[in-house]
Design a protein around this ligand. Structure first.
Ligand code: ADP
Length: 673
């Protein structure tokens, strides 16, 4: 710091306005001299304080983030800046805090006294810089705003191929886009002539457009509206056409009449494509709705035919039976026919119920271990009579099965096979042949085997166009009134749904006049020896163990009570009747008897089956509150079953009452006691 002692420098630079300092132009950049202004600028009072604060080096005077830039400027200057003067701006961090902007004019000198040094003149330009920064920011924002504005205007304008400004009062128009510099005005009617030419616009469209574009017409169209649109087809050079649109928008009015109008012309090819797609979608939705409604109308017609026919038989044979009261043989014949027709009716109702379960996604598969060889004899029983009557040649072959015990839903399996075999029988004329074959083949999954059921007939066959609709609900090839066969066209859709639920597949091959083949493939888990359940070995039961058991039958319908009583009494059960839940409760509590089981209807006046069950379960005496209760109800949905169980019943059976099912349920419940 001996340099600072050199009084003569002090003397020379005293009068210099602003900050002035000198430092060595070496790596250390040691400060040789700094005037008072510099010292104040850095928030210091004395030279000592200043040197301490800056570390006695120029490096300590510059904001660390600006240092690299400043050093570069210095290096350039030393390397021989043609101006031999460097100008640089940087930030300083004065001792008291904050930031100061410094404007620095440095001058590299080789001095005799000090060697290579920098003479530096600095000024505090903080205020100016802050103003500049603010201004820059404002300009930046302005630029961003303008850019946005430009872009949004452009995106609107760019959607047009051309934009014109039309003055309806003087009849002149001017193109304002894409040629924005165009200042030439044309008569509007001439502009129309130039634009609507046979090369440009389709002939018919041209005539129509000309009319619409006449100033008087435009003026009229725009009196009450701010804009009108006209669509037309424009010819393209490659002889194709493109859909375009003219949009006229009022920019200026006088006394309600449009004066200045903007016309934009744009291609609407994409819009038209989209509209076409939407129209097609709408049309196909409409077609589907119409088909569905037609199918339902046909369904209703078929239904009424299919219900009426067996109903006629029931009514007719009941009448005949009454007349033949004295001839037991004839009477039995009538009853048998009534029974047959009732079975048909029941199947119809079951199908309708199944279909509504399927439509509500409520059809469930309940798996248990089952012997596949048991299915066919049972299905055969159901069609035996018709096979016999029509003298059909029926054969079935199960020899292709190795593992007969599988986990499956026996009821649904029987339904699938019955639907297919039943159809084969129904649609095969007398003397025809029906083959049912089942074979087993390996699957890739461990423990799972595939089973293929083939039902082949030599019947009337199915026409190819109907074959594709065969699994659609309510579809039948012929109106059932015409074909003379029963069925509402629900069998195959139900079959397909069940097969799908069992993760299987169904295929059909058919030729009109030759016959049809239905192939069902299903994967089943094979039951290993140890898993075989005793209950499935069980054959027909005698139910003798139930004789003498006391039943309370709760049912509001007198006829149903009578049927149930007679059937139960045939198996030597003792039956008491109650016509609703209320009466049942009273009987239970007052009677001396102890009831073994209650058969409970659900829908009854005064107190329904759910309420009665809850009341019984709530009784304090366990002799009553623990009696097994079986719901016997016409409500056959899964949900009804769940409600029955949750109200406290032990089992749910649907009506009409299947006596064997009721007795099996009773036996299970009473044995379990
Ligand atoms: P349904 O038999 O109750 O009418 P399906 O859904 O079982 O209802 O069958 C629909 C239609 O498919 C039948 O009406 C019939 O036209 C046709 N079809 C089904 N199976 C056969 C078959 N094996 N041979 C000829 N036509 C059949």
């Amino acid at each position: 710091m001996e340099a600072i002692k050199k009084i003569e420098i002090e003397e020379i630079v005293k009068g210099i306005p602003g900050g002035f300092f000198i430092y060595y132009a070496n790596g250390e950049e040691e400060i040789i001299y700094a005037n008072q202004e510099v010292i104040y600028l850095y928030g210091c009072e004395t030279k000592r304080e200043f040197l301490e604060y800056t570390g006695g080096s120029f490096k300590g005077m510059v904001h660390p983030e600006d240092l690299e830039r400043v050093e570069k400027s210095i290096a350039d200057q030393i390397a021989g800046n043609p101006r031999n003067f460097d100008y640089v701006e940087y930030r300083a961090l004065p001792k008291g805090g904050g930031i100061k902007w410094i404007e620095d004019f440095g001058h590299f000198v080789k001095s005799d006294i000090y060697g290579e040094v920098f003479y530096v003149f600095i000024t505090d330009v903080t205020e100016k810089m802050e103003r500049n920064i603010k201004q820059k920011k404002r300009l930046m924002n302005l630029a961003i705003d303008q850019e946005l504005l430009r872009k949004s205007l452009e995106s609107t304008v760019y959607s047009f191929v051309k934009v014109y400004m039309i003055n309806l009062r003087d009849g002149y128009s001017r193109e304002i886009y894409p040629d924005i510099s165009n200042e030439e005005s044309k008569r509007y009617t001439d502009a129309i002539d130039t634009y609507i030419t046979p090369e440009n616009v389709m002939e018919e469209e041209g005539k129509r457009l000309r009319k619409l574009l006449q100033p008087e017409h435009l003026c009229q169209a725009l009196v009450e509206r701010d804009s009108v649109e006209y669509r037309y087809r424009r010819r393209l050079t490659d002889s194709t056409v493109e859909w375009c649109m003219m949009v006229f928008t009022v920019s200026d009015r006088e006394k309600g009449l449009p004066v200045t109008v903007t016309l934009g012309i744009r291609s609407i090819e994409k819009l038209i494509q989209k509209e076409n797609q939407q129209r097609l979608l709408l049309e196909s939705a409409f077609m589907r709705a119409r088909q569905a409604s037609e199918a339902k109308t046909i369904f209703l017609a078929n239904m009424s035919h299919d219900i009426r026919t067996p109903m006629n038989a029931v009514v007719g044979f009941a009448e005949l039976g009454l007349r033949h009261g004295d001839d037991p043989e004839k009477m039995r014949e009538c009853l048998r026919k009534i029974q047959d027709s009732s079975q048909i009716l029941l199947r119809l109702i079951d199908d309708i119920l199944d279909m509504s379960r399927i439509e509500a996604d409520r059809l469930q598969i309940e798996v248990e271990s089952y012997d596949l060889l048991e299915i066919m004899p049972q299905v055969y029983q159901m069609v035996e009579k018709e096979i016999h009557d029509k003298e059909l040649n029926f054969s079935y072959d199960f020899s292709g099965i190795k593992d007969r015990m599988v986990f499956c839903d026996p009821t649904r399996m029987k339904q699938v096979l019955y639907n297919l075999v039943g159809n084969a029988v129904k649609f095969t004329p007398g003397g025809g042949k029906i083959d049912v074959r089942i074979r087993q083949y390996e699957s890739l999954s461990y423990g799972i085997e595939n089973y293929e059921f083939v039902i082949q007939d030599t019947g009337i066959g199915i026409a190819p166009d109907f074959l594709s609709k065969i699994f659609i609900p309510f579809e039948r090839e012929k109106n059932s009134t015409v074909s003379g066969s029963f069925g509402v066209g629900l069998g195959l859709p139900i079959t397909k749904n069940i097969v799908d639920l069992m993760n299987g597949s169904i295929e059909t091959e058919s030729e009109v006049g030759k016959g049809s083949t239905f192939i069902v493939r299903l994967p089943f888990q094979v039951v290993r020896e140890t898993e075989e359940h005793e209950e499935h070995v069980q054959v027909k039961q005698s139910f003798s163990g139930l004789a003498g058991k006391q039943v309370l039958l709760v049912e509001d319908n007198e006829l149903n009570r009578e049927i149930a009583r007679e059937l139960l009494e045939e198996y030597h059960l003792l039956v008491d009747e109650a016509e609703d839940g209320d009466v049942a409760l009273e009987i239970l509590q007052k009677s001396e008897k102890e009831y073994d089981v209650i058969l409970m209807d659900i829908q009854m006046p005064r107190m329904n089956g759910y309420q009665a069950t809850k009341a019984i379960r709530g009784l304090s005496d366990s002799r009553f509150s623990e009696i097994p209760i079986i719901a016997l109800s016409a409500n056959a949905f899964e949900e009804d079953k769940r409600m029955a169980i949750s109200s406290g019943m032990n089992q749910h059976l649907s009506k009409p009452m299947d006596i064997e099912k009721v007795l099996t349920a009773m036996q299970r419940l009473l044995d379990a006691e």
